[in-house]
Ligand binder design. Structure first.
Ligand code: ADP
Ligand code: MG
Length: 227
């Protein structure tokens, strides 16, 4: 199989039938052994993390399927730590779409003069460019349109999908007494219609979650959710 991309936490292959195969690795983003979903470096390697991330990803993509939310998901093989997906065309070199329910992380670092830590946010959506060298700069709807990355109509679709998906994840976490603070997604265009769909993964590495006021690490989140 042809290697399409070697990422921080996954490798991407093209299958003979044209679909992509995502291989989940045991690497997580962060620095010096401390997990940080917003980080652009691999900070730690945890035995079994890839498979655990895939199990949770499979779970959420199948729940989204039940909600008729369009995604790239085809199927997953937990043993092999691989997921088969429809190939997507990224927006520019890729975007990250963040949905915030509480003020933490980079939101608080940027707006701390006006925001209290942990303050509720109303499914606040923001978009950043995937650009490691420029530390994933935030980008506005106007700039996305002006730079030819995403039209204003597409931005609305992206934002609506982001909120719907966040609410689905929030509800699933709530069933286990876990509160979602923020979450990060990727989207792409799929098929001849260039339909905007959710791509990549939804695992503990994409979100901040708390239980009884305590931050839940990705591996623990996967254990709690799939127990
Ligand atoms: N369906 C898809 N089609 C094309 N690219 C995808 C698809 N799903 C995920 N990707 C891309 O595959 C890569 C997955 O590897 P990952 O290690 O997460 O990369 P990164 O280091 O960029 O976060 C990401 O760059 C993501 O944009
Ligand atoms: Mg990634």
């Amino acid at each position: 199989m042809e290697v399409v991309y070697t990422g921080k936490t996954k490798d991407v292959y093209r299958q003979e039938d044209g679909n992509f195969l995502l291989k989940f690795k045991d690497d997580a983003t962060g620095t010096n052994g401390v997990f940080d979903p917003g980080s652009n470096t691999v900070g730690l390697t945890i035995e079994g993390a890839g498979r655990a991330g895939l199990r949770l990803t499979k779970f959420f993509f199948e729940v989204l399927q039940e909600h008729n939310i369009p995604t790239h998901y085809i199927d997953a093989d937990i043993e092999k730590a691989t997921m088969t997906v429809k190939p997507a065309v990224l927006f520019g070199d890729g975007l990250e779409v963040i949905c915030r329910l509480r003020a933490v992380g980079s939101f608080l670092r940027r707006y701390g003069a006006y925001a209290q830590e942990g303050q509720p946010l109303d499914y606040f959506v923001e978009v950043t460019l995937k650009d490691d060298a420029r530390e994933d700069p935030p980008i506005t709807e106007d700039a996305l349109d002006m730079l030819g990355i995403l039209s204003k109509a597409e931005y609305q679709i992206l934002k609506d999908l982001t909120r719907r998906i966040t609410q689905v994840v929030e509800a699933e976490l709530a069933k286990k007494g876990i509160e979602l603070y923020d979450i990060k997604f990727e989207f792409g265009r799929v098929g001849p219609e260039q339909q905007i769909v959710l791509i990549d993964e939804i695992s503990g590495g994409n979100m901040r979650a708390f239980k009884d006021g305590r931050h839940i690490q990705p591996l623990e989140l996967e254990e709690l959710m799939l127990a």
